[in-house]
Design a protein around this ligand. Sequence first.
Ligand code: GDD
Length: 318
Amino acid sequence: MKALITGVTGFVGQHLASYLKIRGYQVWGTTRNNSGEVNNIDGVNQVHVDFDNITSIVDMLNFIQPDHIYHLAGQSSVLESWSDKVGTFNSNISLTMNLLEAIVQCEIKEKVSVLTVGSSEEYGGFDTGNNPVSENTPLKPISPYGISKATVSMLVRHYHTVYNLKIIHTRPFNHIGPGQRLGFVVSDFSNQIAQIEKGKKRKVISVGNLSAQRDFTDVRDIVKAYYFLLNEKVDSAWGESVNVCSGKATSIQSILETLLSLADCSIEVTIDSNKMRPVDIPVFMGDNTKLIDLTGWKPIISLEQTLSDVLKFYRDKS
Ligand code: GDD
């Protein structure tokens, strides 16, 4: 069986590729380089394709003939979407449309199954009474990122209804783990602690909004959910959206306290107003009943384990 991952060199793409290799898949991945070359790196065939050009994507799909496509490529930062709205819409909407158009035009349209990645940010809204958020909660995205991903969920319904594509849209809540780049809360905190421990920074950690609560899941559990969705019999759910989350909310304050308790020295905390967002949803907690009913998936890795692994990742880098 062949799996194609768009954005294979990203944080989630790398974890998904490792998991699919363990499950015996021949893994192909696309990267942002547009040279048209194919390189095998760590057992993954990396294809460099121009996602602005539908014909190039069709050629790639006809060449690889994947059974499954995991569409992970895109702009993944909520924070960055505020300062680059056009870039976010282009990466998350236009490139997804190009991929879906290419699938409709290629030889494998009938056999391929496709998974797209959205976000809990699609729900938006400020009504904490909505928590836990199920797939039936109305979409009221606020961030440009959330709007872009909500649009993808509608494209998924369109391409399933109109072209009969076997396609499913996921709405992961916050996913964290080793390898996540800076710009996300756990990485930002862990990196600063690691720098302080190595004596490369003053013993002060700079943070943003600590009152927000988020539903965190380890990326290694998230990629298993993606795998299950394309490998279990989810025929009843094609064209629909599925939450991927733990079902528990944790405050950013509590994340900070756990990470500080793992530090080898005492660290002062300072709030940096530059890290505050124009708008930040106060509480996000997901309902994962639909995913569990469809696939039997359950998250396994504890939050404490994930935080410890991310801190180790940044200690090894520092
Ligand atoms: N990044 C960051 N850095 N966030 C901070 C910091 C900091 O130093 N201090 C506090 N926060 C707060 C943010 O204001 C937000 O409320 C929360 O921590 C989580 O921020 P992020 O880790 O940046 O994640 P996100 O919720 O904006 O987006 C992530 O989750 C989405 C699903 O809910 C990303 O992984 C998205 O790709 C994903 O779709």
